[in-house]
Write a protein that binds this ligand. Structure first.
Ligand SMILES: C[S@@+](CC[C@H](N)C(=O)[O-])C[C@H]1O[C@@H](n2cnc3c(N)ncnc32)[C@H](O)[C@@H]1O
Length: 219
């Protein structure tokens, strides 16, 4: 209840002129690539739905995203990039500048995913290296992980109980089909959930993100 009240207050704050202006903060990315990925144009109706689902759209910042991917202890060539809670799909576009085998996004809110799909179609960059990009509407808890080497990206998309369920699904998948899997957790809001995962070995941590490696063979 307290969580919903705090969310409602944030929503009202979002309507103030200063906050509305700040939502366009990183619009340079959109101008450069001909897309719509800031949280500026998210309707009040969508923000209310976000409040009820326990997540809130906010795109990853390009320089930090690059820093995070460059911090992975392996070359990503041939890995599949998955963003659960992919919003308007900015990370899917940014990941396409790396040699991923394919890129998959899953977003709970259909209206955000529709924008993501338009963005994928409109995106232009001379640096694009991967064009196999899919974006789906769905609940991350129902996502079936592909049996491929995976880089999973989570920008604090869910409340704790959802995060736990998603990590349990990934654990089951890695146990059934052992393979290379890295999990990036950006914005360490529920880092305690990762502390519970003995099968995830921390490989990098800053105050903004942490990277874990699935280590099921070692257990
Ligand atoms: C902080 S935004 C991150 C957007 C994007 N990953 C990025 O980094 O630019 C989190 C997103 O997760 C979505 N979300 C929340 N719960 C979800 C769920 N159970 N399944 C899929 N997406 C969810 C929200 O709607 C929101 O768009």
């Amino acid at each position: 209840m307290r969580w919903y009240a705090a969310g409602a207050i944030e929503l009202l704050r979002d309507l103030t002129p200063a906050r509305r202006k700040s939502r366009y903060g990183d619009i340079d990315y959109d101008f450069e690539h001909g897309v719509d990925t800031t949280w500026a144009n998210v309707s009040l109706r969508t923000r209310l739905r976000e409040l009820l689902s326990g997540g809130q759209y906010q795109p990853s910042e390009p320089a930090l995203f690059q820093e995070i991917l460059n911090s992975l202890p392996v070359a990503v060539d041939g890995f599949t990039f998955i963003d659960l809670g992919s919003g308007k799909g900015r990370t899917l576009l940014m990941a396409s500048e790396y040699l991923f085998r394919r890129i998959i996004g899953v977003e709970l809110l259909a209206e955000l995913n529709e924008v993501a799909q338009q963005n994928i179609a409109r995106y232009h960059s001379e640096r694009q290296k991967c064009c196999a990009i899919e974006s789906h509407t769905g609940d991350a808890r129902s996502f079936e992980f592909p049996r491929e080497a995976v880089v999973l990206y989570l920008f604090n998309p869910f409340p704790e109980y959802v995060l736990r369920e998603v990590l349990a699904n990934l654990h089951g998948s890695v146990m059934a089909f052992p393979r290379e899997v890295y999990v990036i957790y950006h914005n360490l809001m529920h880092e305690n959930v990762f502390d519970e995962q003995a099968w995830l070995r921390p490989v990098q941590r800053t105050h903004q993100f942490a990277i874990f490696e699935a280590a099921v063979r070692d257990l």
